[in-house]
Design a binder for this molecule. Structure first.
Ligand code: SAH
Length: 275
């Protein structure tokens, strides 16, 4: 692709950049970045070596901090549209997958409204990859055959809590640190055992990745003790008993959690570190 921008020839590629590790960028994501004229990137996207990946592009940080939005969603959409209308190939680089709590569809609609060609490249979502980085699978034969990914941005309604308790599978919560108290109390109130294992994985794929393991009953105390903060992925379910970590403190917490919960793992599945 040439560097020439021709009015009317602009286009937009929404790129899911994965949970922060450059190694989890897809080949398609790298190709899109390599041909971008403008890259608009988020705080949780893999932007450490963006200059190498997009050597000729104008790089614009639209990153949002919790409670502090440097560029509003409308502002981001205006930037995407104006650069594309000026003829640029605009790459909108997002953390994880653009269609998992990423507001990607709003940006696609903004492109459609302005007649701009837009494509979406799926990325590795933190909902799956961050638990995996802590050794936690979302499904495991005999332990869980479904998983539900929910946003903790706002407290859940009663019928949602009831449904989650009835479903019995793994629950994955994004943006859930702030609403952890209402979620854990709500699940217990609607029938989930207080002994249900919970993992909180902060800063996945970074130097500061940390796993806290507890139960529904103990997680608030543990989270306060370890001063858990965002970004973090919460996992609630029996699959948490499969967690491992190179971090010794996580192993210790695991042993503690297994004692507290009196867990009876499914046949053939041990609680690591508890033997
Ligand atoms: N589209 C993204 C999610 C955006 S919502 C995706 O598919 O991953 C932002 C939330 O994602 C954060 O609050 C946190 O819950 C989670 N998250 C994203 N990256 C993370 C990381 N590296 N470590 C832990 N949590 C992460």
């Amino acid at each position: 692709m040439s560097d020439e921008r021709t009015a009317g020839a602009g286009r937009v590629t929404l790129v899911g950049g994965g949970p922060g590790d450059v190694g989890l960028l897809t080949v398609a994501a790298r190709d899109a970045l390599a041909t971008a004229h403008v890259v608009l990137y988020d705080r949780l996207s893999p932007h450490a070596n963006l200059r190498e990946l997009s050597p000729a592009a104008t790089l614009i940080n639209v990153g949002k901090l919790p409670g502090n939005h440097p560029v509003s969603q409308t502002g981001i959409e205006d930037l995407i549209v104006s650069h594309a209308l000026a003829g640029a190939h605009v790459v909108r680089l997002k953390g994880g997958d653009p269609y998992v709590f990423g507001r990607g569809s709003e940006e696609v609609l903004a492109c459609h409204a302005n007649g701009i060609p837009v494509s979406v490249l799926s990325g590795v979502t933190s909902a799956l990859a961050v638990p995996a980085a802590a050794g936690i699978p979302l499904t495991h034969r005999g332990l869980s055959h479904s998983f539900t990914v929910i946003s903790g941005h706002a407290p859940l309604a009663v019928n949602e809590l009831q449904a989650l308790c009835l479903l019995g599978g793994t629950i994955v919560v994004l943006m859930g640190v702030g609403t952890l108290p209402t979620l854990t109390q709500g699940l217990i109130r609607h029938g989930m055992t207080p002994a249900m294992p919970v993992a909180i994985i902060e800063n996945g794929f970074s130097q500061n990745q940390r796993t806290t393991i507890a139960t529904l009953a103990t997680v608030l105390t543990e989270a306060a003790l370890t001063k858990v903060s965002s970004p973090a992925v919460l996992v609630i379910g029996q699959v948490v008993t499969l967690a491992y970590s190179a971090d010794a403190s996580a192993e210790e917490l695991m042993v503690r959690a297994s004692r507290l919960t009196d867990l009876v793992p499914a046949a053939g599945i041990g609680v690591r570190g508890a033997e």
